[in-house]
Design a binder for this molecule. Sequence first.
Ligand code: MG
Length: 311
Amino acid sequence: MSVNALSDLRASPGIIRVHGHRGARGVLPENTMLGFVQTFNAGVQIVELDVLVTADGEAVITHNPALKAASTRDESGEWLPEDGPLIAAVTYDELTRYDVGGLRPQTEYGDLYPDQAFLSGLHVPRLADLCALVARPPYTDRLLNIEIKSDPTLPQATPPIPDLVAATLSPILERGLSNRVILQSFDWRVLHECADQAPHIPRSYLSYLPRPNAPMTVTIYSGSPWMDGLRGENLPQIIAEDGGSVWSPYFQDLIARDVKVAHDLGLIVNVWTVNEPSNIDQMIALGVDGIISDYPARVQRRLMAHGFRWQ
Ligand code: MG
């Protein structure tokens, strides 16, 4: 079986790809091995995940620069009183003492995913653990959409970018998975470092456009530190000229014309994070290549309803 991230991520007639966001955050604890295994076993070919690096240089799969109080218990099963410690400040061994198998009830974050399974005894995995999983049957046709977390406005929260990238690449290269992964980041400095250290691995440019009262950090504007000096009006063109393979916009930022421009430039378009059925339908109609969702089964069902497959 020939597996290639770029061809397997591209839409083709009758096929749009499904990416399970952090595994399948809507129904399983996010960024955990159990979540990834069950998502794969449920027929999802591609999982999205987030990588940070510990004090002892281990790439680990977790989203926030510090452990999140709303989803983390300590060794005695008590919820963390507040966010912390920083992932960059603890060793991997220390990190394994924390349990990330469930969401704390009656918290803002915990209430976002009322259908998420509540489990105990799950730890922040190493990227090496997930690479080992997909290196062996029956997962040798699975792909990893790996987001490297870095914030140019919080440089002290993560290791220097060359170290962050090297630690992420290490298990990928060790397992020979270069053709089964893409590397994505909102921080395009990270993508430029990836281009230097591993030019053969495809890079995906995440973007979030300005809007009134933006609920997340806007990354695309003139002089933005997230864009690492790139400028211009036409985002797909900027990314294509910079050597990117994938553009990954927030789904509400996407218009039909940009999909065409991106496709004409040879880019793959993956939208995040699309959970509502009506929004999934809109993305199918726009003809994106991939839909990143906390509910990958929901995307599969909407694709089927429209006569599409995902593989
Ligand atoms: Mg992510």
